[in-house]
Write a protein that binds this ligand. Sequence first.
Ligand code: ADP
Length: 854
Amino acid sequence: MEDGKTEKGLTVRRPLYAQLMFTALSFLVLNVLTYVFVRNVIYKNLVRNAENVLIIVQNQIENDLNNPKAYLAGFSRTIRTAVMRGGNADILKEYFVDLSNHLLADEERLPGFDGLFGYFENLPEGRVFTVDEKLVFPPDYDPTQRNWYRNAIAADGEIAETLSYSDVITGETILTYSLCIFDDDGNRLGIVTLRLKIDVIGKSIVESALERGGYGMLISRDIIMLAHPNPDFVGLDFRDPSIPVSIFADKMIEGVDVTEGSVVNYTGDKSIAFFHRLSNGWYIGLVAPEGPFYRDLTNMAYTLFMLGIIFAAILASILIRIDMAKNKSDRESRHKSAFLANMSHEIRTPMNAIIGMTTIGKTTGDIERKDYCFSKIQDASNHLLGVINDILDMSKIEANKFEISPLEFNFEKMLMRVVNVVNFRVDEKKQNLSIHIDRNIPKTLIGDEQRITQVITNLLANAIKFTPEEGSIGVDTSLVEESGGVCTVQVSVTDTGIGITPEQQARIFSSFEQAESSTTRKYGGTGLGLAISKNIVELMGGKIWLTSEAGKGSAFSFTIKVKRGAESHAGLLAPDVNIGNVRIMVVDDDKSILDYFMEISHEFKVRCDTAISGEEALKLLEENGCYHIYFVDWKMPGMDGIQLTSALKAQNAEVKSVVIMITAAEWTSIESEARKAGVDRFLSKPLFPSHIADVINEALGIDKGRIEEAQTNIKGLFAGRKLLLAEDVDINREIVIELLDPTGIEIDCAANGRDAVRMFSEAPHKYDMIFMDVQMPEMDGYEATRRIRELKYLEAKTIRIIAMTANVFREDIEKCLDAGMDNHLGKPLDFSEVINMLRHYLPKNKGVKNETRN
Ligand code: ADP
C-alpha cells in the first residue's frame, strides 16, 4: 500500500490491482494464522481438559476398587474373631447376610458390590460354604476349584484379586476380592470373598467421560475390555481389530501411558485418545472427539472469514476511492499545468503582436503602414483583454466572488450586439448564421445583460471557431415558461462543425478541463469559456447542456431565469401605415426563414405569403396579383434571387413595389448586379425582427425619425465643459485627453489625490466632473473623494466623481461608491462607455453644443 521510491527519489505508486491483491492476501494470511493459532489453543485446551477428566476418573475408579478391599479386610477380621470364638455356620451366615444387606442397601457406599461369601474348612461342622442372601450358587459348585479360592491361598494373607469374565452365577464380568484367614498358629481357617460387578464400576468412567461426545473405557491387566459404551466390545481382547483404539494395545502391554493418541473412534469421529495405567495394572481410557471442540473454531473461522471479506471489501473500496481521488487530483493538476501552458501561449501571442507591431509602427514613416500596425495592435489588445477577463472571471468563480447584477435590458438588442461582435468572423468564414427570436419572450427582461451576452458570445464564438467555412450556425431562443413574472428563457446555439466526442463532452464544462489539447491548440482559446458560462447560467437559476456528434456538429443550450421587464412589444411598424393593406411576399429556399417571416408578419399584422422557390413565387404572383414588398433570398437553387427580382420587376412594372434582398452580411460583391436587376434594399442575415420592421418601414417611405438614432458625431459634444482628471500614470492621462479631445471638453490633470483635492478646493465652480483614479501615490482616490466631499462648498457635494480603475470586482465598485463616488469606469477604458458616462451626468443646460443638441 505504501508508495515505493525509485533511486531518483521519484515516488512510484503501486498499481491499484496490486494494492488490492496485497490487501486481500493480507486478510487471507491473517485469517489462516488466526485459525492455526486458535486451533492450537483449542487443541491444548482439549488435551488439558481430557487429562483433568482422566485424573478425576482415575481417582474415582481407584477408590471404587480399593474401598471393597478395606471392607473385606475389616470384615475378615470380624469373621476370624467369630470363628476363633467357636462361631458355627449359622452365626457366620448371619454376619455375611447382615453386612451384605447393609452394603446392598446403600449403593453409593460400595458401587458394584455384588455380594459376600466365604468358605470355611475347619469349622466344627466341617467344611462350610457360607453365602449371603443375594447370591445363589449352582448345586455342584465346588469352591476349591475356583480361581478366587486358589488365588486367595496363593496370596498368602494378602487380598487376592480375581476376574471372571463369565461368572458362573450371572455370566457377567465379576471381580472378586478374596482373603485367607488364619488362626493364631497360622492354620487356615477359611476364605472370605467379596464380589464386585465390573460393569457398574466401569460405568462411572464410561459415563463421566461422555460430556461433549467423549467416552471412557476400562481395560483389565490382561487387556480385556471391561467397560465400554459399545456393549459389543465388552469382553473382547483389546487387540481385537474391530476396536479402533486397539492400535494402542502394544503400549499397554509395555505398561506405558498413552498421553495423546490420534484415532477415529467407533462412531467414526476423529478423536484424541488417552490411556492411564491404574495402580492395579488396569487401564482406563478416554476418547474425546475433536469435532465438538472444533465446532466453535469452525464457526469462528467462518466469522473471521466473513469479517475478513467485509474488511477487505471496505479497505478495497477506500483504496479505490483514494485512487480515484488521487487520479482526479493528478488529472486536475495536469490540466492546471496544461492550462498554465495554454494561458502563457494565449497571453504571449497577442503580446508578441502588440510589441512587434509597435516596433514596426514606430520605425515606419508610411502612415498607412502605421495604421495597419495600429489596427493589428488593437485586435491583439482586444484579444488579450478577453483572455484576461476570462482568467479574472475564473478566479472570481474559484473564490466564490462571482455575482450577477440584474438590470432591465432589451433582449433583441442584446442579441444584435452579440451578433455585431461575431458577425465579421461569420463573413470571413462564409458561414450561414441564422437567428430565431421567439416573440413570446418579453421585449425587455431584468437580468445581467453583460453576463448573458458573455455566455451567448462564447457559445457563438465557439460555434464559429469549430465550424468549417460555409457551415451553418443557428441561434434559437424560446420562452420555456413564465410564472409570477419570472421567465425561463432558453437559448440554443447549433452548428454543423467538428462536433465533440462523448468523452470530451463529459469534461468540457468543468473548470480547468479542456477538450483535447490538440484541438485547443489547433483552434486556440483559453478553454475557460464554457466553465465560466456554466457558472453564469447556474447563478441565473438555469442550466447548460449540449448534444453533439463528432464530425456532425454540436448544439449547446442553456436556460436562464429572468424577470419580465416593464416594456412590452409595441408595434414595430410605424403607426401611420395602413398595415392591413400591406401585402408581403417572402421567397427563400430555407423553410425555417419562411416560417420565421410568417411568425413576425403575424405579429406585425401584415399579410404575408411565402414561396419556397422563384418559380413558386411567380405562380403566386399570377394567382394573387402584385405585392407591395418582396423579400427575396439571393442564393436559391433554380432561379436565384437576382433573376427572380428581374422577373418580379417586369411583372410589377406599373405598380410601385419594393424588392428587398436577403443576403449574407457582406453583400457589396453582388450589389451592382442586384441593383441593376431592381433590388431596392438589402437585408443582411441574421434576420432580426426589428431589422425586418425597419426595412418595411423604410420601404413604405416612413422611416425617417423612426429608425434608431445613428451613432452621434461626438465632435464638440462637450465643448465648454471642464473635467478634472486625477491620474498618476502619464500614458493614461494622455489616452483620456486624446480620446476626449474631439468632444471639446477641457481637461485639467492632477497627478495624485492630494493635487486633485487642492485643485478642486481652489476652484470648486470650475469643474463639471472629476475622473478619479483609485490607486495613486500620496493620496489614493478613495481618500481624495472623501476629502472633496467634506469640503464646505456646495459643489463639493454635488460634483460628479467617477472612479477610473482597473479594479473591477463588485466589492471594488462598492468601495468607490462608499467613498462618495457616483459611478465607475473600468480600465482599459471603453471609449463609448466614457462618452455615455459624460452624456449621462453632464447637465444639459450648460455648454453650447449640448444645448443645441438637446
Ligand atoms: P475555448 O473555446 O476558449 O477553448 P471553451 O471553454 O469555450 O474554451 O471551450 C472548451 C472546448 O470545448 C474547446 O476548446 C473545444 O474543444 C470544445 N468546444 C466548445 N464548443 C464547441 C463547438 N461548438 N464545437 C466543437 N467543439 C467545441
